[in-house]
Design a protein around this ligand. Structure first.
Ligand SMILES: Cc1cc2nc3c(=O)[nH]c(=O)nc-3n(C[C@H](O)[C@H](O)[C@H](O)COP(=O)(O)OP(=O)(O)OC[C@H]3O[C@@H](n4cnc5c(N)ncnc54)[C@H](O)[C@@H]3O)c2cc1C
Length: 284
């Protein structure tokens, strides 16, 4: 339980952190809240020679209204997101359900998205809200759609030289509501299944829907068939139930000591229906 030895850097700016990353390449790891990296280092699943701690870069912690949406700094903690009152309800609700107080006070949105644990909550929400992930390296900034960012189990589009500096959540249309519900592991609170739903209603009809799912597959995914089935309906019980039946479509369900694949396939349908109903109740 003692990590291998490493050199520790605490840069004061994103530029300085990016320089260190480019200098040390695959030998370096970014440290954010440390709630995933430190356990991995203690178990020696990760043995970086250099650790670059972003903790002193105050300019990476913020939530601000911008271009009709919200820009969130990569080092913003779950607790800050949950209590901000500025972000769509699905995001604050998901952040408020992560783990426990200690993890929520240290863990960051950038760390969660970079790590891409299949059971993490925030990737599914950022996918459902059409978020963009903004990365910084020594010579460029890049913006990646969340739907393209999460690629596979613990695998993202993030390059070795890049830092997640910001997450942008576009503004939600008039008549929208969102929700995040999860069936949590009782010990860790990681999602066995979690569902983020966002719906937009106009004159009693659903005109847009997006559903992001956590915990069920190797990475967060959009349930496209569910979304297509909802649009044009009035989201009555029949429409919601029929659409939610498609929530596991095309996904190889995770099957592990926490839940079988069949159980997850069942849960994902139940929680999709519940999240859609809650989002619809909130649509205004
Ligand atoms: C007991 C426990 C319970 C938990 N329960 C939940 C839960 O219910 N739901 C949930 O979603 N998560 C849960 N987690 C995981 C927790 O949310 C972690 O905080 C999160 O996965 C990683 O965020 P972090 O800021 O701690 O990142 P770190 O652990 O510091 O880093 C994680 C990885 O991301 C990289 N990284 C970090 N920040 C950046 C950045 N800005 N740019 C580029 N790379 C970066 C690091 O190099 C590392 O590889 C739990 C963790 C613990 C210990």
């Amino acid at each position: 339980m003692i990590p291998a030895s490493f050199k520790y850097h605490k840069p004061g700016s994103v530029a300085e952190a990016a320089d260190l990353l480019s200098k040390h390449g695959s030998n370096a790891k970014i440290l954010a809240g440390g709630h995933s990296l430190i356990p991995m280092m203690k178990l020696r699943l990760a043995q970086p020679e250099v650790v670059i701690d972003l903790g002193a870069i105050d300019t990476l912690s913020y939530i601000e209204n911008r271009d009709g949406g919200q820009a969130i700094g990569g080092m913003t903690t779950y607790a800050e997101i949950a209590s901000s009152g500025m972000v769509p309800q699905a995001l604050s609700e998901a952040a408020g359900q992560v783990a426990d107080v200690q993890v929520r006070n240290r863990g960051t949105i950038g760390g969660s998205l970079a790590h891409n644990d299949p059971a993490a909550d925030l990737p599914a929400v950022v996918v459902a809200l059409d978020g963009q992930i903004i990365t910084s390296s020594t010579n460029e900034h890049r913006s990646v759609l969340a739907t393209n960012f999460f690629q596979d189990l613990f695998t993202t589009d993030l390059a070795e030289s890049e830092i997640i500096s910001e997450i942008f959540i576009p503004g939600q249309a008039q008549g929208s509501g969102s929700a995040y519900l999860k069936f949590a592991n009782k010990a860790s609170h990681f999602a066995i299944v979690g569902v983020a739903a966002s719906v937009t209603m106009s004159e009693g009809q659903c005109v847009a829907a997006s559903i992001g799912i956590a915990g069920a597959g190797p990475t967060a995914y959009r349930a496209k068939l569910v979304e297509e089935s909802l649009v044009g309906t009035n989201l009555d019980d029949n429409a919601v139930e029929a659409a939610s039946e498609k929530a596991d479509n095309g996904i190889d369900m995770n099957d592990d000591i926490h839940a079988s694949g069949d159980y997850r396939a069942h849960l994902v349908k139940v929680f999709t229906a519940r999240a859609i109903r809650l989002a619809a109740d909130r649509a205004d």
